[in-house]
Design a protein around this ligand. Sequence first.
Ligand SMILES: C[S@@+](CC[C@H](N)C(=O)[O-])C[C@H]1O[C@@H](n2cnc3c(N)ncnc32)[C@H](O)[C@@H]1O
Length: 350
Amino acid sequence: MLTTVPGIEDIVVREITMKGFNVYSWYKIGITELSGRLIVETDEKILKNIRNFRTIEKAYLVIDEGTIPGRDLESLKKLITHINVDPIVDMFTPHTTFAVRSVRAGDHEFTSMDVSRLFGDKLRNSVREKLGFYPIVNLDNPDIIIELDVIGDRYVLAIEIIHRSLRQRSYRVFHHEATLNPPLAYAMNMLLNYDRYGKHVLLDPLCGSGTIIIEGLYHYVNSTYYGVEIYVHNCRGALRNIYEAEVHDRACIICSDSTRLSSFIRYCDGIVTNPPYGIRMRTIDDSLRKFYVKILEEFSKVLRDGGKIVLISPRRGLVEHAAHVSKLEIVERREVEQGGMISTIYILSR
Ligand SMILES: C[S@@+](CC[C@H](N)C(=O)[O-])C[C@H]1O[C@@H](n2cnc3c(N)ncnc32)[C@H](O)[C@@H]1O
């Protein structure tokens, strides 16, 4: 079971196959389409490589899954009584510490706390029965994290493979207030759908701390990325992250104003970007509307014929209006959840 940014589950599957692993089957598990949780049947050797994946946040080994008999507490108790915990019990020694966690979504008459408490009791008693000792609970820093999720009428019992979320990138030494989640930045670069090994000139004209550039250079291994950012403080920060990520030989940051982009950039093969989206006030809306039109017109001027723009914004109306005015074709729209808010990734073409 893998977790990711809700809305890019299929891109996770693409990354798995791109890295040479087979995907025998996969499906999302959630109560809405934007679940951010998928179960993938794939090769066992992926476990050794899981830390190299860039669109995944967390990974679990599924022990059991199925349907929960009902939505009340009795049904939960019945389910927990019937779950076979032998594969988990065999992992314990007298010194192994563990924690049980639970994600619950949907309409139930019990909470996620009920799930973890009841399942934790069952596990403790099973270890005692089979191995002769009670295992040690450690909620802060356990050796084994077991997750029993109840999502709608489905349950999944799984063991966490990586404790720290892979979204935390070690290159991030400078933090921007509107940083894009790195797995999302990587997925947006994948959505350009250019040859990974080609020599492209790519551009993020509103680059903030450089997340899109760094993730893009990890994906497009022979390409060059230009970033434009209006604030010098952010430019310095982006450069620090880029150095830390060791992609500085293929990146360049320009401290300038992207509403005048075509006056200092002549050409690029593709644009991936995350424009500012402001706050909900009418006056700001009007100037933001003009800003979106201006930047999209500029993007269109510097983009090669047939080149693509991948852009994320929660301001659907502003993007659609600006794309129309600047004669960019909307090739695809994809909804994703970004910081508790629904945003749209647009693929635009010239
Ligand atoms: C949403 S943030 C981008 C965050 C970035 N993706 C990251 O992960 O750090 C938008 C950025 O655009 C910059 N910006 C706003 N107006 C600009 C302009 N006219 N030219 C260049 N950069 C601009 C802002 O300073 C901000 O850093």
